[in-house]
Design a protein around this ligand. Sequence first.
Ligand code: ACM
Length: 528
Amino acid sequence: MKYIILSFLIFAMSCASNNQADENISIIPQPNNMEVGKGSVTLNGDVTLSHNSESLLLLVENFKTDVAELISLSDGNDENANIKLELTTAGANDQAYYLETSKKGVVIRAGSEKGLYYGLQTLKQLMLFSNSAKGKVVLPVLTIDDAPRFGWRGLMLDESRSFFGVEKVKELLELMSLQKLNVFHWHLTDDPGWRIEIKKYPKLATIGGVGNELDPDAPAQFYTQDEIKEIVQFAAERFIQVIPEIDMPGHARAANRAYPEYSGGGSEAHPEFTFNPGKEETYAYLTDILREITTLFPSQYIHMGGDEVHFGNEKWNTDPNVRQLMRREKLEDLKAVEHYFVHRMADSIRMLNKTVIGWDEIVDLNLAADNSLVMWWRHDKVNKLQAALDGGYDVVLCPRIPLYYDFDQDASHQYGRKWGGAYSPLDMVYAFPPDTLLNLTQNQKLIKGIQANIWTERIDDVERLDYMTHPRLSALAEAAWTNKENKNFDDFKERLKPMLSYFDALGIGYNNPFEPELTPEPVSKYKK
Ligand code: ACM
């Protein structure tokens, strides 16, 4: 992205008369405590950066590279450096940071590398969105004492329906980290395609990877294990945890194409939809897969899906293995079979020393609350959120409305989803979460954070991906980081302007909230 920053600068300078950054400091998400002083501080010539711990080396090198087209930074000694990075003793919040700019230069202080990283992202935005020129950065004088509202600030990408590949995912991760989002939930398996190489079961990728939402015969697309490692490392350097989702027992059609012997069948509308809960071999197979998954993803969590099983488990009624299981375990109905399956696989995940994540259907299955996290997605079923909170589960809020980004952004849009006419406009994302949801529990600690989910049935190319993601991603970032009393939608929109110019320079599309006619809705080829 380096050379792109330069073209952004040239762009920014060319419209400097319109650039409000002198008066309005444009940081997204808005910091929680900021005091702006008088005047500015200029960094040019030989700009030096110091750090007080060897553990910061990678952070420092990455930052130097990141801003290299803006300013060339060299290592300086502690006393006289222009930018000082100081790792202090750990504080209560490991994502907090302190940043000060003054005539003496810039100081960023934090009790963790993560906190320092967030301080650097704030500095990067100050550099990008102020009246800087190549080799000369002009920063406002200010003090920021910042920490996030929510620890979990997530984005999910479904690459089963539409596959985007390494470079696009890295670009998303880059834009997430610039805006201090920190969880990338990767929906890698579903009916249209299986997108991750599993060495023990190679056909999952080579056969299961064939097809996508638009074309069941599209050549196989998947991430090799080396690519997965590369992305996980790229994310880790940006303090983003990557959580894989291997959806089960439903949404398994792609896997079942590859290994039909583990299929539990489906229904007319959803053929070959499930794994077979009646076969002992299924549990060994899925546990093998998850074991490989744990070697690739250092995250504490594995997402096991668990959603919409009733869509396609009709075949369980007649499958001899499932019938036998029901007799043996005295399971009365299909719900009890689902319960049995999810408990077995949750046990496997725990045996692998990981914490289970499931969609909110798992609340009905009485999984151990102390080692599971629920993603509440059914916005029309607040009772499921209530049950999760009452049951003591950790919860991430990602309701369809307003946090599913396959939903439209405007009443006039035609290609995304609506729910009884409702959709997910920018201001609604920004205003999330309403107090009514937070007030469902006395124990606010259970609400780990919020997350937007990009389902891609109707997002079949990069143009639509960009359009549906930005700038709702920026609204999400601020909703997740900035305390309610510091949020202001009109102010956010002002701060969005330089961010959108930055997207222009990067060649990243978006839905222009100021002049929507400039960015007409890209067509989706989706057909149901
Ligand atoms: C979901 O949208 N099926 C979690």
